[in-house]
Design a protein around this ligand. Structure first.
Ligand code: HEC
Length: 121
């Protein structure tokens, strides 16, 4: 009986191992963008990094002022990764590894590259 349970557990372990291999780089990158151990980047920068208006208010002269999160799918890699070291009043602090930053950058720019290729052809 015990042996049977152990065998089932080993089987489950390998099934899970195999399943995790089915997650592609694209899926992993998207998952990280939407759930980066903190509030998802998409909540402020939009689902593809296109940027978003977070809120608006009227200043004392009645002029509408927008608080925005900038577009982040068209900036150079260096600027992207160094921006996490800057203190911001609005953007939360993230503790991301360089691998995770690379995946996020990949996620944000992969369609851009496709668009650019499509424009050339
Ligand atoms: C609560 C809203 C919010 C969330 C969540 C957020 N950001 Fe930001 N982000 C901002 C704002 C606002 C700025 C503009 C700079 C500032 O005000 O500090 C910014 C700036 C940036 C910049 C610099 C852009 C530039 O032009 O230099 C990058 C890159 C960036 N964010 C990436 C991310 C990534 C990746 C995530 C998820 C891990 C994320 N942000 C999550 C609000 C957010």
């Amino acid at each position: 009986m015990r042996q049977k349970r152990l065998l089932i557990m080993i089987g489950l372990f390998f099934a899970l191992e195999a399943w995790s291999d089915f997650i592609t780089d694209d899926e992993y990158a998207k998952m990280l963008y939407e759930n980066p151990r903190g509030i998802g980047c998409d909540k402020c920068h939009g689902s593809h990094g296109e940027g978003m208006i977070l809120s608006s208010y009227k200043d004392k002269n009645g002029k509408v002022v927008n608080i925005t999160a900038p577009r982040i799918n068209d900036i150079p890699m260096k600027r992207f990764s160094s921006s996490f070291e800057k203190k911001s009043k609005l953007m939360p602090v993230y503790f991301l590894t360089s691998d995770e930053k690379a995946y996020l950058y990949y996620y944000l720019t992969k369609n851009q590259k496709k668009e650019r290729v499509a424009n050339v052809n």
